[in-house]
Design a binder for this molecule. Structure first.
Ligand code: SF4
Ligand code: SF4
Length: 115
């Protein structure tokens, strides 16, 4: 399952640099799969071929947000979600609407890092 940011976020930005997948964005910012990487294309978990450089609408205009398609709970990089570990107000929580198996999380991680 991915992690989500709740409306208790104080927009401090501390979580952004901790994310190994560049999955966290400031409110109002567009996102893409390739942000911070040289990724050009990606086959997502639904079997769709995606232009990784394509910009997508922000998921929040009020507080920092996590892109579920890019969050892997830090698998392969850290034992625990780093955003949750550094957040001063504990507003990075499990997203019950995006429950995924370890295999699915590993699949995402490998695609995002071209393995
Ligand atoms: S859990 Fe890890 S991969 Fe997911 S948003 Fe937080 S820092 Fe990024
Ligand atoms: S560390 Fe927590 S409060 Fe700060 S921007 Fe990230 S989610 Fe929001």
């Amino acid at each position: 399952m991915s992690i989500k940011i709740t409306n208790e976020c104080v927009n401090c930005g501390a979580c952004v640099i901790e994310c190994p997948n560049n999955a966290i964005y400031e409110e109002g910012m567009e996102w893409s799969y390739s942000d911070g990487t040289s990724l050009e294309g990606i086959l997502n978990h639904r079997g769709e071929n995606i232009n990784a450089k394509e910009k997508n609408e922000p998921l929040s205009y009020d507080f920092f947000y996590i892109v579920p398609e890019k969050c892997t709970e830090c698998r392969g990089f850290h034992d625990v979600p780093q955003c949750a570990a550094v957040c001063p107000v504990d507003c990075c929580v499990k997203d019950e609407k995006n429950i995924e198996s370890i295999n699915e999380l590993n699949f995402k991680k490998n695609k995002l890092h071209c393995e």
